[in-house]
Every structure is written in C-alpha cells, then in structure tokens.
Design a protein. Structure first.
Length: 134
C-alpha cells in the first residue's frame, strides 16, 4: 500500500513539475541541496509524552494500525544551509531549526547572548522556505 501511495505521489509531482515554472530563490540562493523532511506521527506523539507536554488532538485520536506507514508525513522540502549564512558563523543544525530567523551566537565569552539571538526576524513571515522560494 505504501509503495502504491509513494508511486502515485511521485507521478503527480513529476506531472505537475513538467508544466511549472522553475522556482527561483529571491534571497539566500547560494544553497547547494534540498532536504526532504519527513515526520513519523507516532514518534512525535511519543516525544511529547516523554517530555510531559500536552499531547495534541491528533495524538489522542491516533489509533494503532498494522500499517505503520500510515503515520508517515511529508513535512517539506527545505533548502540546505546557504553559503552566505554559513560564512556568518551559522551551522547546519541551527539553520535547520531556525531558518531565516537564525542569528549567529556570539563566540566570545565576555559577550552574553542577547534576547534577539535566535528570534524570528520581521522579514521572516512564517518559516524560511516561504521567503526563499518565491
């Protein structure tokens, strides 16, 4: 079942890509790869439970099924770390977590991290792929 679903998704993506205009990044276009982010719902719900956090509605309603692939979700296709951002001292892990809201953490012991470090910038509306690929 999972293979049929995957094949159908691949076919739809290929068919729609043939007629689509190429995407061009307006900012931070100097990345060299895309990252396919997948999420497994069961793992997410378990991590919420392990951290003693309130489980979202979809976790409470989740029923155990024989086909565990039913809980696999495509989270997105994100650009990798742009070279211009890496040159400012941002590593891959930080970029994947904060996106365009990333601000380099000062690498000096006498400088404390400011309240703005890691906060979302005003030009970062939702998540960074929205600003990068338009």
């Amino acid at each position: 079942m999972f293979r049929k679903d995957f094949a159908a998704i691949a076919l739809v993506l290929t068919a729609t890509q043939a007629g689509a205009e190429p995407l061009t990044a307006t900012r931070y276009a100097d990345f060299d790869r895309y990252v396919l982010a997948l999420s497994w719902q069961t793992g997410f719900c378990q991590s919420m439970y392990d951290r003693n956090r309130n489980e979202p509605e979809e976790c409470r309603l989740q029923q155990d099924t024989a086909n565990k692939a039913d809980f696999l979700t495509v989270h997105g296709l994100w650009p990798g770390l742009p070279k211009s951002i890496a040159a400012r001292g941002v590593d891959e892990r930080r970029w994947m977590r904060y996106g365009c809201a990333t601000r380099p953490v000062p690498n000096m012991p006498e400088v404390k991290r400011t309240a703005n470090a890691g906060r979302r910038r005003p030009d970062c509306r939702w998540r960074w792929p929205i600003n990068l690929i338009m």
